[in-house]
Unconditional design. Structure first.
Length: 412
């Protein structure tokens, strides 16, 4: 199998060489990366490979952690996809060089290694590239796998190449996996348990957003909230949810004069539709863009404000969860330092739900009535939920992998 793969990779390389070389000569960064025709980068400390957007975010968290502890470290961050590359380029750091992953054939891989000369190779999630792994082993460059996983769907396919995969995985010095289930799957390929560490999922390790009292005060003023007002921000709401939230507002605002509701719909194209729903319930409201916070009910009609709103909120509700949409990003409020509440329809965000509930960063409710009861309890006891902090990162999956990498770098 290994010989067949090597022959196939060489054939692919020569088939694509002429076209790729022409594109590279005309300035294509993608083809320069694919063929290993990148500029000499001197000595790179860590080559991190991330396939696409999700893996690139994880790589970004790891880079942040490592650079905070050793600012002088230099990284080469490679991606497979254009979307992943665009995400990598948002890392604004002169010590992070970005590029495309080479074709997994000996010629491209060796040229890339020669150009970046890394001390250590880190692969995010389970990217199995035989020639890359073999070449790194040949050059005695340690390989570390972070956020490793094997899905139930992929595992039977990996079994078909068990002999080759066992050899390749044996070249990894350390494998950080997401769960006990993943650990057992890796052990099936004769990987020693001492080489595998259950770390958890790094995708939940986004740094806490910088907290600015000045920005929080400005945002609260924008929605007309005084210091002692209670602000519920309902973000990414979908059709059917606004009506429920308006009904909740009608009840709570009569009991609590300090209660304020801010509705930020998922799509601004629905603003007129939501205004009509407000009118049907004879409610006064203000709009965020016009800064007319004259009412305890505010409708956000401006893009790009959700992070600021979550930071300024006392409690956040994330939409797409009280109606059968599947849920939107319930971690955004958590990263903003605000407890989050969401409905039962979370098929798209099941892992994030489990993470939030396990750490008491928020709660799930079944109905709008349950949400109303929870809000009343929270207004009386603001300490019923935990708040994510920078200290949490010190005991995170990113920290486990990062600390190992920093220690390993001392000996290469």
């Amino acid at each position: 199998m290994r010989i067949f793969y090597k022959i196939l990779s060489v054939l692919v390389y020569f088939v694509l060489w002429s076209y790729g070389r022409l594109r590279a000569a005309s300035g294509s960064e993608l083809w320069r990366g694919r063929l290993g025709l990148i500029l000499n980068q001197g000595r790179i400390d860590i080559w991190i490979h991330a396939a696409s957007v999700g893996e690139t975010k994880i790589a970004g968290y790891l880079i942040d952690y490592l650079r905070c502890r050793q600012p002088e470290l230099r990284f080469y961050l490679s991606t497979m996809t254009v979307a992943g590359h665009k995400m990598a380029e948002t890392i604004n750091d002169t010590n992070v060089v970005t590029g495309y992953f080479p074709l997994d054939c000996t010629m491209s891989v060796r040229r890339t290694f020669d150009s970046i000369n890394p001390r250590l190779l880190v692969i995010a999630e389970t990217e199995i590239w035989p020639n890359l792994i073999k070449e790194s082993h040949r050059r005695q460059i340690p390989i570390v796998l972070v956020n490793g996983r094997m899905s139930d769907k992929a595992f039977p396919k990996y079994k078909l190449i068990a002999k080759m995969l066992s050899q390749l995985l044996s070249y990894y010095e350390k494998i950080f996996v997401k769960s006990e289930s993943d650990k057992k799957k890796f052990e099936f390929f004769k990987i020693s348990g001492s080489h595998i560490k259950i770390a958890g999922d790094m995708k939940f390790d986004a740094p806490i957003l910088p907290h600015s009292v000045e920005r929080v005060n400005k945002t609260r003023a924008q929605v007309g909230a005084a210091d002692n007002d209670f602000v519920l921000v309902a973000g990414s709401t979908r059709p059917g949810e606004e009506e429920l939230l308006l009904r909740l507002f009608g009840g709570l605002s009569k009991t609590y004069a300090s209660f304020r509701l801010v509705i930020a719909p998922r799509h601004l194209s629905r603003i007129d539709e939501i205004k009509s729903a407000i009118a049907l319930q004879n409610l006064n409201y203000g709009t965020y863009e016009s800064n007319n916070g004259i009412s305890p009910l505010m409708l956000v009609d401006k893009m790009g404000e959700l992070d600021n709103l979550y930071q300024a909120a006392d409690l956040a509700f994330v939409g797409g969860t009280l109606v059968n949409v599947g849920g939107h990003n319930i971690l955004e409020p958590v990263w903003s330092g605000t407890p989050v509440v969401f409905g039962p329809f979370v098929s798209n965000i099941a892992e994030a739900r489990d993470y939030v509930l396990a750490n008491n960063y928020g709660a799930m409710v079944d109905t709008i009535e349950d949400l109303e009861v929870l809000i009343q309890k929270f207004m009386k006891n603001r300490n019923m939920f935990a708040i994510k902090s920078e200290e949490d990162l010190l005991h995170s999956p990113t920290a486990l992998a990062g600390d190992y990498i920093l220690e390993r770098l001392k000996h290469v």
